[in-house]
Design a protein around this ligand. Structure first.
Ligand code: 2NL
Length: 343
């Protein structure tokens, strides 16, 4: 028994040191260790000489040794198959190389970049800001009063260390920072990730993506808002898209309106996405509240502005028919590789 164990240990060291330099020497290794008259087989025939109470222990050692010999063989085989040119006879150097698989853009990235590109052509530039915000930029400056439900712990992630800090709940905070920083004319588009304290399901997630836009200058009117957003959806969905505006309410705009487009999924005949109305909401918008302009020292008698916000996941759903929000963040390659479209 003692002798056998010593012998196995020697074989182990031999296997660890082995470096086959081609198919022939790998085959020699296979015959020596794994062949029908090879070392592994021989060791197993020794089983009959091992005393009964040691058989179990020795059997285990033998099995481990066998696995080592086999996996070493497989590893070398794999390495040599794709290995250094010329070492293995089976490699035909005249064959074309393997194509490198190309990655794809994430659908959120694709849609975000399309949105940004369309507004870019209208003279909007991209603005970004921090995802960890303070109360002023995320709420107070945007005319959200002290006891607004959005401020509730139930809806907003606050940072433990400092109750003034939170994860931004919309990208409006980026526009707030822009108004703080620069004087009109301001024409910016603000894409980014936002956070809400929601239970994750097919229809809700604790983080998602928005694009908001802001245009402040002299003589900016509601007609500018309508025409800009109409142009935007025509570029995104095609010239035949139809729109309608419905009155709405946001604390930071007055008047406010939500914009619907005719359902691209069913073409208006009625489906689950448009809830059988033929229309789907795609964004909220309005004229920037004068109080907001004044919050940033912008003279609301001289300047007016419009603003809008949309969920990127929502637009993605309309373009690609993704029906479960969780798919966007699960990183399942089977999902991701389907999005090969150009930006
Ligand atoms: C929606 C609606 C909206 C805004 C966002 C905004 C930002 C500033 C000033 C005024 Cl700094 N308005 N943002 C305005 C109207 C609607 O979003 O449904 N978003 C997903």
């Amino acid at each position: 028994m003692e002798q056998l164990l010593q012998q196995i240990e020697q074989y182990r060291q031999e296997i660890a040191a082995i470096v086959p330099n081609g198919a022939d020497s790998l085959e020699a290794y296979r015959i020596r260790f794994l062949g029908t008259k090879g070392i592994v087989k021989n060791l197993f025939t020794e089983m009959k000489n091992v005393p009964g109470d040691k058989k179990r222990e020795f059997g285990q050692i033998l099995n481990e040794f066998k696995q080592l010999a086999e996996s070493t063989y497989e590893n070398w085989k794999n390495r040599l198959d794709v290995g250094v040119a010329g070492q293995v006879k089976s490699i035909d150097l005249s064959l074309p190389g393997d194509a490198l698989p190309l990655g794809t853009h994430h659908p959120i990235t694709l849609v975000r970049d399309r949105i940004v590109h369309i507004f870019g052509r209208l003279g909007f530039s991209v603005a970004e800001g921090p995802e960890i915000e303070d109360d002023w930029h995320n709420f107070t400056a945007l005319n959200l009063p002290e006891n607004h439900p959005a401020r509730d712990m139930q809806d907003t992630f606050y940072i433990h260390q400092n109750p003034d800090w939170l994860l931004r709940t919309h990208t409006s905070s980026v526009q707030a920072r822009a108004m703080e920083r620069q004087k009109p004319p301001i024409r910016i588009i603000c894409p980014g990730r936002v956070y809400r304290n929601e239970t994750i399901s097919a229809r809700a997630h604790c983080f998602f993506h928005q694009t908001e836009g802001l245009y402040v200058d002299e003589n900016v009117s509601f007609a500018d808002l309508k025409q800009t957003l109409y142009f935007f959806v025509q570029e995104l969905f095609g010239k035949d898209v139809r729109i309608r505006f419905r009155p709405s309410y946001f604390p930071f705009t007055e008047p406010s309106a939500e914009m619907d487009i005719n359902c691209r999924i069913c073409g208006g005949s009625g489906c689950a996405v448009c809830k059988h109305t033929g229309w789907v909401e795609i964004l909220g918008s309005g004229m920037v509240h004068p109080k907001m302009l004044e919050n940033f020292g912008i003279d609301s008698n001289k300047y007016t502005g419009f603003a809008f916000g949309m969920g990127i996941e929502r637009i993605c759903q309309l373009q690609y028919r993704v029906n479960d929000l969780r798919l966007y963040s699960q990183n399942d390659v089977r999902f991701l590789k389907q999005f090969t479209g150009a930006v």
